[in-house]
Design a binder for this molecule. Sequence first.
Ligand SMILES: C[S@@+](CC[C@H](N)C(=O)[O-])C[C@H]1O[C@@H](n2cnc3c(N)ncnc32)[C@H](O)[C@@H]1O
Length: 444
Amino acid sequence: MDQQANNALNSRFIALKICLTVVENGRSLSQSLPEGLAQFSDRRERNFTQNLVLGTIRWQARLEAIRAQLLKKPLKAKDEDVNQLILLGLYQILYMDTPEHAAVGETVAVVNKLKKPWAKGLVNGVLRNFLRDKQSICDEVDLKPAQRYSHPQWLFKALRKAYPDQWAEIMQANNEIAPLTLRVNRHQQSRDEFLAKLSKQGIEASAHPDSEHGIILNQSADISQFPTYEEGGFSVQDGAAQQAALILQPQADERILDACAAPGGKTTHLLEVSDNQAKVLALEVAEERLERLAENLYRLDLEADYQVGDASQPDQWWDKQPFDKILLDAPCSATGIIRRHPDIKWHRTAEDIEALVETQASILQALWPTLKPGGKLLYATCSVLPQENTLQIQQFLQQTEDAEEIKLDLSSAIKLPTPGSQFLPGTHGMDGFYYCLLQKKQVQ
Ligand SMILES: C[S@@+](CC[C@H](N)C(=O)[O-])C[C@H]1O[C@@H](n2cnc3c(N)ncnc32)[C@H](O)[C@@H]1O
């Protein structure tokens, strides 16, 4: 076998192994993908494999529905490897610019590595039958929106109920590739200075329309090669995520709690905005994630106190000094960041949402007494589901006499008749995010 054929086989085999760990073993793509890709030294091969994996996971439900049209009897659970290989082949035919005959031939060749000789004819037959009848099979599959947009049925129904006019747009945006967005460390340089440095290196980027510290890259790139990376001149952060610090406007010497802080994207922005002068306590329940927060503080040359702790148990970590401001970036379904983590669609279930809603409510209730009268708490999630967002806050406001909403004017968020502001995925290239700013009333 020549080198090119060997590379083609290797990429597809590794892509198959990564997909299997996600679909069969329930591992997250953010764990499995970097591990799998670490085996490649060649950049092109690595990129091809990454695109193949992300696309096959993103389009899993549509590909599976196509497979079901072609092979009426599903494969046995022990042959999920063969099933995923068929989906990888279908993805290449439909979405990649690999010539069709190569997509089929190179996918079939992977069967040799599975030690299931019986599957060779099957994979070949299914993919060739698809080529013969592609349009009519896709038309049939696309009649069902959950299949057309490749979402689990429960999530499709939840989105349709919450957004009767926008559900299709949201599902479509969830299947797009998110742009690379950076946040300039304004403690070190201005956005214009950074844009000029990038332009000098031939890197095309533009100012973010929704964040005064944000820039959007026009192409994907290796950011570790960008000017000022080592010195902490910028971070990777979505434009909607950048709104947290812009809304809270931390000031010098304010005591600020970042209650669910790791890996520190928002903690570090809070510090940058206050010129490293705010007194931030970053709390995080997962110790290993707190290490990443510490690394980010170090790289960006910022200072905060940080500690492991459960935000719903202030008795364990609170020194009884009330906070001026609190950021609660709550654990959530992450349904607003499906573009970046397409496996969320298959790992999350409707039951998970109920449990998350309870956790969020308990953290919110527990943190409220730690806020000063007159102080502000920003509730945030990267979810698009009303239960975790506006309904959650509505309930909190009903139960909490001394809490009131401060209305935000976020021009790219949709206007809700209920509390808070909702960014939908895809607006100006941003993630789906929810924000609600609450204030503790002053005692009379
Ligand atoms: C949405 S992420 C936070 C992202 C972070 N704010 C940022 O911008 O980089 C939610 C975090 O909350 C943490 N978490 C979950 N439950 C928690 C709890 N009860 N107390 C503190 N942290 C918690 C999770 O481990 C996770 O790191």
